[in-house]
Design a protein around this ligand. Structure first.
Ligand code: NAP
Length: 521
């Protein structure tokens, strides 16, 4: 049993105990109302919210009828299209949705509607007509943070979101009418990744690990695998604007990248000693996690031999650099020649004991040769099409829906502070679109359970969109070729079988028309 499941089961057990006490004052069976709930998005935030809702609702007080919606024909959202192909253990979270959908006891009150784009195929108003509670859990996966730097829009500057979605086989990147052009990896030797969060490390692993030994057996898209096999990438620089101690990656993920050294085909180039000098005064005050990070980096730096550079792929962590300009290649407009960076320096604030970076105006800019830049500087949220007409809006940074602890606020609210709050009755949010695009799947689970608790509390108080919900959403989907759970199982089976024949864990169908054809035949 995974740790996540153990935690969830413990809270389920607690829920059952509470249910036993509640049964003393139970409502007569015939009078128990049924509340209809829609969850938009079937990534981890959506299915964890649904799981908790089904398991923790007081069954002696009300029943929950649950419909899941996804814009894509396939479920699982970020788990299927964001998690790296070599992290199958992380994708085990999908079992939460499988357990709900494949449980015969849920057959009469839980449904899946894939290939339904809320805001396009059906509106928020339609949902409001049909459901007591609506959960917006559609993630921060359609937009990226941007840099305001000359050359930012060149084809040789790619966002990590695009690259990740492409190698994970996301249908938006295999659209016949608007196909994504993958980078010409067979012409590229040097890649710069800007930002050093865990997404940056995933991208580096894709570029550095051996396609045959490391990726061929995973569920990576077949197109991406074939292109990686032709790759001539020799060196990857992961560049951060702040210092080593401010690195955004976590220790487990940096160790995984360092362990590529064990293949003898990849080498980590030690961090510039100047970067260590900048942190020397603070070494005594470091916590356990920072000490561990330094020791693992030191361990792998020790093995470095300059003579190896030409024989293996190399990578490095660079710090205190902000991109100033991306410069296009002289002979290929799809590639870059180099990136120019300004240097930063760390200023320590003794009062807060925190360091911040400022431009080092005395230092000369530095240039890194690269044919490709991947911007891994964070994702952004985006509103659904008809938010504007339905009194829902994003916060000022466009990274989450205006909400308080998962309850969506009316756009007339002044903000998310305690003053001037007006709730949008019956609307909730979970996951990255609730909190912003940060956090691992375990933290999304806890956040989603919190949202589910709020829904239960409100339903218990008869606090929902409105009373009577006689219309079934199916009546509004007559012209939408939605994918049911049984349809998805056919596609799932197909992908597993083709995968098996190719010695891959799964071979994803990437074209959405073909996905629907296979699912619905
Ligand atoms: P992240 O961890 O927030 O990292 C973003 C990086 O972009 C940081 O290095 C940040 O630098 C940099 N950045 C932001 N704006 C910038 C700018 N204007 N100029 C230069 N650099 C800039 O985000 P992420 O890597 O996209 O990951 C999102 C979440 O998913 C994270 O919580 C991550 O841990 C999680 N995730 C987990 C895994 C895993 O567990 N294996 C895998 C992938 C993702 P500053 O720090 O200086 O702001």
């Amino acid at each position: 049993m995974t740790l996540l499941k153990a935690i969830a089961n413990r809270s389920l057990l607690q829920g059952n105990l509470v249910g036993t006490f509640r049964s003393f004052s139970s409502t007569p069976r015939a009078l128990i109302p049924t509340y209809k709930v829609a969850i938009i998005g079937t990534g981890p935030a959506g299915f964890y919210t649904g799981y908790h809702l089904l398991n923790k609702s007081p069954k002696d007080k009300f029943k929950v009828q649950l419909d899941f919606f996804d814009r894509l024909p396939s479920p699982y959202g970020l788990s299927r299209y964001g998690v790296a192909p070599d992290h199958p253990e992380v994708k085990n979270c999908e079992d939460y949705l499988n357990d709900i959908m494949n449980n015969d006891e849920n057959k009469d009150h839980v449904r899946y509607f894939g290939n339904v784009n809320v805001g396009v195929d059906i509106g928020i108003k339609d949902l409001q007509d049909c459901y007591h509670s609506i959960v917006l859990a559609y993630g921060c996966v359609n937009a990226d943070n941007k840099l305001d730097v000359p050359g930012n829009d060149l084809p040789g500057v790619l966002s990590a979101r695009q690259f990740v979605n492409w190698y994970n086989g996301h249908p938006d990147f295999y659209d016949k009418t608007n196909p994504f052009t993958p980078p010409e990896l067979e012409k590229i030797e040097d890649v710069t990744i800007i930002g050093n969060g865990n997404v940056a490390l995933d991208v580096a692993r894709i570029l550095l690990a051996d396609p045959n030994d490391h990726w061929a057996s995973t569920d990576i898209s077949s197109e991406a695998l074939n292109i990686l096999k032709t790759s001539s990438v020799k060196n990857v620089n992961i560049v951060a604007r702040r210092g080593l101690l401010e690195s955004a990656f976590t220790n487990k993920e940096i160790r995984e990248l360092l362990e590529l050294n064990n293949s003898k085909k990849v080498k980590f180039i030690p961090i510039d000693p100047e970067i260590y000098d900048a942190i020397t005064p603070y070494l005594d005050k470091l916590g356990r996690v920072d000490k561990r990070r330094l020791s693992v980096l030191e361990k792998y730096a020790k093995n470095f031999d300059n003579n190896d550079i030409n024989k293996v792929k190399t990578w490095s962590l660079k710090y205190l650099l902000s991109p100033k300009e991306f410069i296009v290649s002289n002979d290929n407009p799809n590639l870059l020649r180099e990136t120019v960076f300004t240097k930063n320096k760390l200023i320590h604030d003794n009062l807060t004991n925190e360091s911040k970076v400022v431009p080092d105006n005395d230092a000369n800019p530095i240039t890194l040769k690269n044919e490709l830049v991947v911007l891994s500087i964070g994702y952004k949220g985006s509103p659904l099409n008809d938010f504007h007409y339905n009194d829902i809006k994003m916060n000022d940074y466009n990274d989450r829906i205006l909400n308080k602890d998962g309850r969506v606020l009316s756009s007339t609210s002044a903000g998310e502070t305690l003053h001037d709050i007006v709730y949008k009755k019956g609307f909730y949010t979970a996951g990255w679109i609730k909190k912003g695009p940060k956090g691992v799947i375990a933290s999304t689970m806890m956040e989603s359970f919190d949202t589910a608790d709020k829904i239960i509390e409100d339903l218990d108080n008869k606090d929902y969109t409105s009373d009577s919900k006689k219309i079934d959403i199916i009546d509004k989907l007559t012209n939408v070729p939605y994918v049911s759970w049984d349809n998805w199982l056919k596609l799932d089976q197909y992908e597993l079988e083709i995968g098996k024949s190719l010695n891959k864990s799964r071979d994803k169908v990437c074209d959405s028309d073909q996905m629907i054809k296979i699912a619905c035949k």
